[in-house]
Design a binder for this molecule. Structure first.
Ligand code: PAF
Length: 313
């Protein structure tokens, strides 16, 4: 039997519940990696971690409409199901994943779903306090959509552990708050960002970029590292007790600004748990330093929005 033939493709909530029930009976832990497909090595590292830490691993592939605004890229979001199934079937040599959940929209939104928030009907989940800033400024419905679909998926899969990538730092904070506030019995595991060899954070949206823009976009991570080096230098070599966030932001801004076609949407220094703006960064508490930058898309006048972050200790 090849590893691929052991993987069950589950299409309905009922099928996942049955699958989960079996692992409960067998007293097996379940790791869950929710995705929107267009899988890359970043997703694979989450799957690999789940395989290491759990008896069973399930991955979901679902492009969730409610986290897209009407003007965003829902219709053009990369959908590569055959390739995704191929990757999940063949990448993991030592231990195979057990199931892939690929629901239809009607399975996840039985009452249907439209993108205009004021026309939506039914139950949605909003995590107040960590959803409005940073990404929430330009994408006000994004985290409501993410929190809603993640709640549904956690209710269906009931995993022992659920895996997310640090690249989506705010999403990780929102989901940790969601799990804590709604008392959902799962452990949220956040794994480090995977990067291309030039430093660019791996993302499904990198598929919109030409090789040239991908290379140029590596400046985003270099700039974040400049900010980190500045902070470390002040703390370690100049014995400062804290560092002014504005100066860290300036280090980052000055480098990204060297790419004339890039538009900086924000650079922020935030509290690692509440995401409030920090005026000063203090060792021990540290900070999340994050940014969103719009870069030219391949063969288009539009821009793709890239996000990235680093953690200061
Ligand atoms: O990070 C993602 O890919 C999505 O936001 C998630 C968590 C799968 C919810 O649709």
């Amino acid at each position: 039997m090849t590893s691929s033939s052991k993987i069950q493709i589950l299409r309905t909530v009922q099928q996942v519940r049955q699958w989960r029930h079996q692992s409960l009976i067998n007293n097996q832990s379940v790791g869950f990696v929710p995705t929107m497909g267009a899988l890359h090595q970043g997703h694979c590292s989450l799957v690999a971690q789940s395989l290491k830490e759990n008896d069973k691993t399930i991955v979901s592939i679902f492009v969730n409409p409610s986290q897209f605004a009407p003007h965003e890229d829902l219709n053009n979001y990369p959908r590569t199901l055959d390739r995704d199934l191929e990757i999940l079937s063949n990448q993991f040599k030592n231990k195979s994943i057990d199931a892939i959940f690929v629901p239809k929209i009607s399975e996840m939104y039985p009452n249907g779903i439209v993108l205009e928030v004021d026309k939506q009907r039914g139950t949605f989940v909003t995590v107040h306090g960590s959803s409005e800033q940073l990404e929430g400024v330009t994408r006000p419905q994004f985290f409501r959509g993410v929190a809603t679909i993640v709640t549904k998926l956690l209710n269906i899969v009931q995993p022992t552990r659920v895996y997310f990538g640090q690249k989506d730092a705010q999403q990780c904070v929102v989901i940790k708050n969601l799990v804590k506030d709604l008392i959902i019995p799962t452990e949220v595991r956040v794994m480090p960002t995977l990067r291309e060899s030039n430093g660019l954070a791996m993302s499904s949206r990198n598929e919109y970029l030409s090789k040239e823009i991908k290379d140029k976009s590596s400046i985003i991570y270099k700039a974040l590292c400049n900010g980190e080096n500045y902070y470390n230098d002040k703390i370690i070599n100049h014995n400062q007790n804290s560092v002014d966030s504005k100066k860290i932001i300036k280090e980052i801004y000055d480098l990204i600004k060297q790419e004339p076609d890039f538009d900086i949407e924000y650079i922020a220094v935030s509290h690692p748990e509440t995401l409030e703006d920090l005026d000063q960064v203090t060792p021990g508490l540290g900070a999340i330093v994050s940014c969103a930058v719009k870069v030219p898309k391949e063969n288009s006048n539009e821009k793709a929005r890239l996000i990235d972050n680093i953690i200061l200790q």
